[in-house]
Design a protein around this ligand. Sequence first.
Ligand code: TNX
Length: 719
Amino acid sequence: MRFTTLLLGLLCVAQGAVAGILPTPKHDRQLDGTFRMDARTVICCRPELAPWGLYLAERLHVACDTIRTPEHPVVLRIADEYPEEGYALRILPSHVEIEAGDRGGLFNGIQSLLQLLPPEVYTAAGPTYPVQLACREVIDAPRYAYRGMHLDVARTWIGPQAVKRYIDLLSYHKINKLHLHLTDDEGWRIEIRSHPELALVGGFRGGDSPVRPVYGKWNEKYGGYFTQEELRDLIDYAALRNIEIIPEIDLPGHSRNIARVHPEILCRYTPDTAASNGYDERSAWCVAREANYDLLEDILREVCALFPSPYIHIGGDEVEVSQWSRCPDCRALMQRLGTDDPHRLEDHFMGRLSEILARCGKRPAVWNEAVRSGELARTTRVHGWEDVKACREAVAMGYPTVVMPAQWFYFDMRQAPREMGHSWAAVFDARKTYEFELPADMTPAERACIVGLQGAFWSEIYVSHEPEKPDYLDFMCYPRICALAEQAWHGNDEGWTCFYDGLRAEHYDRLSAMGVRFRLFPPEVTYEEGLLRVTTPDDGAGIFYMMEGDTVVHRYTRPLRTDAPHRYLFHTRWGTGRSAEVGAPAYYRTITPALTLTTSMGESRRIPWSNVDRYRTFARTARTCRPGDWILYRFAEPVRCREIYLQTGHLQLPKTIVTSGYAEVSYDGQHFERVAELDQGSVRLHPTRPLRAVRIVSTCEDNGCSFVTIQPPQIKPVL
Ligand code: TNX
């Protein structure tokens, strides 16, 4: 056992000697000698490869020549004997050559060469010459043909410039598919020329738009969309970088947005707005309304004409089928189809869309729920997102499947319990993504159906956390995308320790040069015998701290002697990377004094106020919030505390907050004084005297949702 561990360690080191390329190449060996690269080095290729020659020349700050072969060139060449997207990169004393069977392979070879140069190749300034490159031979090809990342531009509007940056970063990691989630309940992000209102109206929410505001943008009209011109530009930009954009129009559910623009697409029954506090909860297209297919054909025809991808993603996730059971037309259709199962209507709907796509020469891609019955043709590509079981079921039925179970590949999930992000699927970091394994008992036939792996970035809680800043996206995606890339291109046979060593030793500096605000692993903080001690798994990262209530940042160099460990918050930095802030256990200690919750918004019977009284879990109101509504937290005894944190809303459903309002405190239980404004539905108070009660008062006219969520208060003791 020890011997094998040692051997593996040695292998890792031996590989490490020539390592540096991420994802790890298939064959990679050091040769004798060096190649000297300087500002006079010339990239040389045939005219038809000029776009790739120029791409490389631009990053190296050198010239590209398509006519003659200069001395000591970097040669790009297409040759026969390579697998798809495979390449050979040879660094020889006389020249460098990148040879591939196709343009994708050539691009991948270029990326490997860039990674062997100093990280500055990723900056505007470029490398400092001369650079001595150790001679080397890399022969490489991908494990999976499909290595994807998804981006939700619907919930949070992410425009052309930001998507280009996203594409660049993916391309550096040899990711070759971008699944672009263009429509959802909260936004329509693609111009449809035959129906301009879809984007002109549906691209915006709040203000005078019929689309309700949600997710943090309450007091303004918010949104945007891609024109077809902009999308064409993005498609070309991605294509040069070996990335195919797969557009998604999410149907027949997740369609509340288009239903606000075209209410006639919904099922023909009077919505029960009494139960939902005035909201029409219908979000799915009526399956029986024939005119719907005309509108859908108009939309899909334009999407097919615009995107060269052979697949168009048509959604199929999380459809609320109860709407169809209540619709007389859908019920009649079910009768004609000889079924009383509304799920069969989704098959019918998706089947009709598949026919439209087929007429345009395209195939459908769908979320895994859409193939549960197995009715859809086996030419349908499935994105297995719910869990491994869902992926398994799809391959067992013979569907080509993109494996992306949320528990390993949803990068909107939190990476540690106290960090930002969702947690409904799992809390996990890059290591878990790296260590993903397919079920061991999968048959070869089932494995053959797996086309590849994909990560996802859903953006509904993007806005609420870091409005307008790219750092939330970066923090959530990197280094998890590095781990995804390694998995999808190479596999994980080297083991996490080896991969992580390479990440730290070389890739962190590259990510920094790329300007990625990536996540570092959280520091570990202990307190013993009066000493605060901090370590970081990211050996080499700087450790910093701030004192509670202060903004001055200090560098941590040695253990700190203190009797107030709860006042310190630590984080680490490496280039542009940063960890979350971490305190000693004392920092997080809370108390649970006897409490009674009441609110003017009524009580949900299913999720009662008493959940909060017992500090167990959240409670829900019976309706949305209006100006003057209040939430009162009354204590049995005066409470002395250094901080009390009041939170409305829920990470999973951030729209369920009191969107604007303020907090009041009472020291005698009778008189209240206004002390602070709510920020994204929450407020942190630092009372100076014992409290009898606190109260949140709403100033907002509804929150886009039929209730408010109230979390138990987090109360920190005076230590
Ligand atoms: C589930 S994944 C969804 C999305 C959410 C995501 C949040 C899928 C097909 N549906 O609508 O954004 O969870 O993690």
